[in-house]
Each structure stands twice: as C-alpha cells, then as structure tokens.
Design a protein around this ligand. Sequence first.
Ligand code: NAD
Ligand code: UD1
Length: 337
Amino acid sequence: MAVLITGGAGYIGSHAMVEFLNADKDIVCVDNLCNSKAMALDRVRQITGKDFKFYQVDLLDIDKLENVFKENKIDSCIHFAGLKAVGESCEKPLLYYHNNITGTLNLCKLLSKYGAKKIVFSSSATVYGKPASVPITEDFPLSTTNPYGETKLMIERILKDLWVSDNEWSVSILRYFNPIGAHKSGLIGEDPRDIPNNLLPYITQVASGRREFLSVHGNDYNTHDGTGVRDYIHVVDLAKAHLCAIERANKQTGVEYFNIGTGVGYSVLDIVKAYEEATGAKVNYKIGPRRPGDIDECYANPEKAYKILGWKAENGIEDMCKDAFNWQKKNPNGYEE
Ligand code: NAD
Ligand code: UD1
C-alpha cells in the first residue's frame, strides 16, 4: 500500500518525501509543477538512493488524478499541493479558491471512492489571525485576513465535515508555523520564484550577494526589539511530523489539529544576528515601514504534538540558518541548471 503525496516536488513536500523514503514507506507523488521543478524529485532520489512513481498531474484534472488511484494501491495521503503566496492570493482570489479548494475536493472524492480515508493536511498558523496572546494553543479562535488563509480555514472545515459524515476518516490537520532551512545535503531547499516574500529566503539572498539589503518591515511592534516575532521551524523537523501523523492515522480515526512549531519566538533582528553568527556572512539591512497585514508576535505551544504524536522539533536556529545558507551556496540559482 502506498502513501499519496500531493505537492511532493515543492519545498516542504520534497523534504517529506526524503523522510518517507528513508522510513521505507511506499510513496506515489503527484504534482503539476506549477511552483516547483522535476529536478527536486531527482535530488530526492539522489539523497535517498530510492525510487518512486511520479505523476505530473493537476489536482483539478479529476480524470487524470483517478488514473493515479487506478494504477496504484493508495491507502492514505499527505496533502501539500496548493498555492501559497499571500499577496498573489489577494490579487487573484478566484485562482486561489479554485486551485486550493477544488483541488482538495477532487482529491477527497477519490480518497473516499478508493477507500483511502486517511489524510494529513498542510494548514498554517495563519488560521489564528491576530492571536490575542502567545504562545498559541490549538483551541485559539480562528480567523483569516486574506484569501490564502481563507482557503486553509475552509479546507480545515471541509475535512471536519467529511469526518462528521463518515467516521471512517482519519484527518490530521498540521498547522505549520514558519518553515525555514533545508536538507543537510544542500541538495533540496526552498526555491522561490521572483523576489522572495518570506524572511529567510530573502536573508539568504542578501547574504550571498544576490540582493543588496534586507528591508526590515517595521521596528515599532510590541516585541522585545520592536521587530516582528515568529516561530521558525526547520523544514526537516516539519517533514518528520508528517511521518508521526500518518502513523497515528493508521491506528485511529477522527479529526485532530496540531501546532507544528518549536515554541520559541525570534524577532527579525534576532534572526539577522543568528544568521550572521551561524554562517559568518554579512546581512545588510535597513529599517523600513510595516508590511500590511503583519502581526506583532506569533509562536506555538507545540505540546499537543509532543503528547499525542510523540513529535518535537530537534533543530535549533543555528542549524536552520546554516542549512539555509548551505543550500543557497550550493544552488545560487535554485534548481536551475
Ligand atoms: P510549494 O509551493 O513549494 O509546494 C506546493 C506544491 O504543490 C508545488 O510543487 C506545486 O507545484 C504543487 N501544486 C500546487 N497546486 C497544485 C495542483 N492544483 N495540482 C498539483 N500540484 C499542485 O509550497 P510549500 O512551501 O512546500 O508548502 C506546502 C504546503 O504547506 C502548502 O499547502 C502551503 O500552503 C502549506 N504551508 C506552507 C508554509 C510555508 O511557509 N512554506 C506555511 C504554512 C503552510
Ligand atoms: C507569512 C504569511 C503567512 C504564511 C507565512 C509562512 C504574510 C502577511 N503572511 O507570514 O500567511 O503562513 O508567511 O509562509 O505574508 N520580514 C521582514 N522583511 C522581509 C520579509 C519579512 O522584515 O523582507 C519580517 C515580517 O515582517 C515578519 C517576519 O519577517 O515579522 C517573518 O515574515 P515571513 O517570513 O513573511 O512570515 P510571516 O509574516 O509569519
């Protein structure tokens, strides 16, 4: 029996594929490569020395997706596939709703039809909106401020309704905090299109001389140094959480929500300093205006994931920075030849 991995060529998916292959799981990957390259999959094969089936299929194409189910014995799914750029989601809401929601509906119809009623879904801390306090626990009120976040919340609700209608389902909702870093090999990592929006990819490009300076988005937040505080988590730790979640799903049904973070918050300036210390590279920065929609502080209470899944983050900020830098150094233009 195989685990279907949607979006497996992407940043987090490729790291999860490595962990699943290293754990001797049989996997089948589906990705339309709209935000990734097939080379990431070659690198996954190179790291693990193992092979797997890959289908370049869009989740919106339900007939082609059904072929994947016909040709393989799929019994569960890790669902990474989706569009994820907050700014773009505000400009193109219909694209985001159609891709993320319809894609998930198609997938769930087939998982149901083929009796593979186990899904681990990539949600985000964005569903907590502007939290009233930190650290955040899974029972905090949910709200969103943009179409991307709305698709995450809607999918969470769809999956819950699915379970209510059919208690054979096992649904694991993982709410990721801020994934950064890369595999130790430096063979896979984050490969943003255009100018990166997120902090770490931007910093790595400044450190490697590809960009002149980092613009720090505001230093008048209610935090220890005025810059925004987030819970950064190593992508390999995050990838491992999916293995724990699928193992639990194999044992029991239900809907469960887990924060996947470290429980530690770092400010933008903490990260700049940590990055410089870990890598010896210089990160020039200038203080700029706030970015609309940003919040002061966001970090997890990750205890539930530890208690129930037996998962906790192992890598500290130094490893996250070193590994991000190593990936950038070895692949200055990402997966481009
Ligand atoms: P990514 O863009 O690198 O990976 C997503 C993959 O899904 C890509 O390879 C893309 O080609 C594929 N895809 C998108 N739409 C598809 C479709 N209709 N059919 C088939 N494939 C499709 O993103 P990522 O950073 O690896 O994120 C993975 C998941 O985790 C996403 O759902 C994202 O929203 C969620 N998430 C990411 C972060 C983060 O900071 N990276 C934080 C919280 C949640
Ligand atoms: C962003 C998304 C969020 C998504 C998360 C993980 C927005 C508004 N939110 O959140 O929905 O779940 O990424 O993918 O886009 N910063 C700078 N300069 C930069 C970039 C970032 O100072 O060039 C600061 C930000 O203001 C923030 C921190 O760095 O304080 C982290 O930013 P980022 O990496 O974009 O993550 P989030 O803001 O948490």
